[in-house]
Design a protein around this ligand. Structure first.
Ligand code: C2E
Ligand code: MG
Ligand code: MG
Length: 394
């Protein structure tokens, strides 16, 4: 059956007819938050329910639809479906997000962003309910056009996810210029991570990089418990794949959401990321001190900015602590992190202020000593928390 479908190659005309007859439908593949175990949304994936009762996958008809100039029309229709689905999903779970895949040509014509803009202004959807997925290699090929369009979507509050990360050749420079809120690790990368430590390190680095750039990480193509567990350990935030669920029709997805299933989860990987981040924070303060001492007192804006508050709660470890980390507030060892963390944040701000304004109230070396003291205290408390979370797992 699979081989037969592989050989099946519909013409553009057949696909156009299928579109008119509404035979193209969206299936939804659940995404699970690895920190809470909850379903947080789904990716919409197109299927063709053909007249012979077959469910055809996009690889059978997307290439011909693209070559026949039908893709844009298709995306517009499918977007309407996904927006309608957002309304249905909202009745059972108002916080969920549905993502839709878009092709580069969809973005060059500006139709998608203006359509989404009118959905938003008309009240059909809230910005958090719809997300856009775009493939890494495509983004890099059409960088400038895509950048404008994705920036417009992002300004509307629509999250943009970079799909199939690891298959293209994006430089970290270009990646950081794009308004992505998440990196979706390609399924090949996810599959290979169980085969060698080098491959696993690729995943670890991608997750750490995503976090440094202020993005979340989503693993796709998760097929086994081993892969799922490694992702929890690394601090990856979300997972999607056959191990959790195949793509399913909307009514089945709604049923699943109503059952409110709880998948295995832990924040232990995030705690490790927080330790790592505390050390990076300390280093960024040290860097300002080094540049300040070496130069004539001034420091380059980029160096001065690296640690600046990215939110009310300062650096990323603190953002995690006051964000999703709060779910661990019932642990005494979690609450024990707060005092040194607050001191570290305050010391960092004071040192930063002294160096950037060049009006030191204390010797930078004294301040650095305090920073080391509190950074070490935070690390010790976070390691205790790791031990508590580990005990919870076994
Ligand atoms: P994608 O966006 O990277 O979607 C993930 C693909 O991986 C889907 O294939 C999904 O069914 C499959 N998948 C999910 N979990 C697993 C797993 O655990 N193991 C394996 N082996 N595969 C898994 P699908 O639905 O055949 O879609 C293929 C590609 O076609 C998508 O890749 C996307 O690039 C494109 N596509 C799908 N729907 C649309 C659409 O509505 N519009 C556009 N423009 N492209 C679409
Ligand atoms: Mg996708
Ligand atoms: Mg993908």
């Amino acid at each position: 059956m699979k081989n037969e479908l592989h050989r099946y190659s519909p013409t553009a005309q057949q696909i156009a007819r299928a579109m008119e007859r509404d035979e193209l439908v969206m299936y939804y593949q659940p995404k699970v938050c690895l920190l809470t175990g909850n379903v947080v949304g789904a990716e919409a994936l197109v299927r063709w329910n053909d007249p012979h009762s077959r469910v055809l996958s996009p690889s059978v008809f997307l290439p011909q639809a693209t070559a026949g100039g039908l893709l844009h029309d298709m995306t517009v229709r499918l977007l309407d479906d996904v927006v309608a689905a957002c309304g249905t999903v909202r009745r059972s779970a108002p916080d969920l997000a549905l993502s839709i895949n878009v092709a580069p040509n969809d973005l060059t014509s500006h139709t998608i962003s203006s359509r989404i803009s009118s959905y938003l202004s008309g009240g059909s959807i809230e910005p958090h309910e719809l997300q856009i997925e775009i493939t890494e290699s495509i983004v890099m090929e059409k960088f400038n056009v895509v950048l404008d369009e994705l920036s417009a979507l992002s300004a509307m509050g629509i999250k943009v996810l970079m799909d199939d990360f690891g298959t293209g050749y994006s430089s970290i420079d270009r990646l950081s210029q794009m308004p992505f809120s998440a990196l979706k690790l390609d399924q090949g990368v996810v599959r290979r991570m169980t085969t060698s430590s080098q491959n696993l390190n690729t995943v670890r680095s991608a997750i750490a990089m995503a976090r440094e750039l202020g993005m979340t990480s989503i693993a796709e193509g998760v097929e086994s418990i081993d892969q799922y567990n490694i992702l929890i350990a690394t601090g990856c935030e979300e997972a999607q794949g056959f191990y959790i669920s195949k793509p399913i029709p909307l009514d089945q997805f709604i049923q699943l959401v109503k059952q409110d299933p709880s998948f295995p989860s832990s924040q232990i990987g995030c705690v490790h990321q927080a330790i790592f981040n505390v050390l990076r924070y300390r280093k960024s303060l040290l860097d300002i001190s080094i540049c300040s001492a070496l130069g004539s007192g001034s420091v380059a804006p980029s160096i001065a900015d690296t640690h600046l508050s990215q939110s009310d709660h300062g650096f990323r470890a603190a953002q995690w602590y006051y964000g999703i980390g709060q779910l661990l507030n019932y642990h005494e060892s979690f609450r024990a992190v707060e005092a040194p963390l607050t001191r570290l944040n305050d010391m960092g701000s004071a040192l930063h202020h002294d160096l950037v304004t060049r009006k030191p109230s204390r010797m930078p070396s004294d301040r650095l000593r305090d920073i080391d003291l509190y950074a070490s205290a935070v690390v010790v408390e976070l390691q205790r928390l790791e031990a508590v979370l580990l005990a919870e797992l076994v």
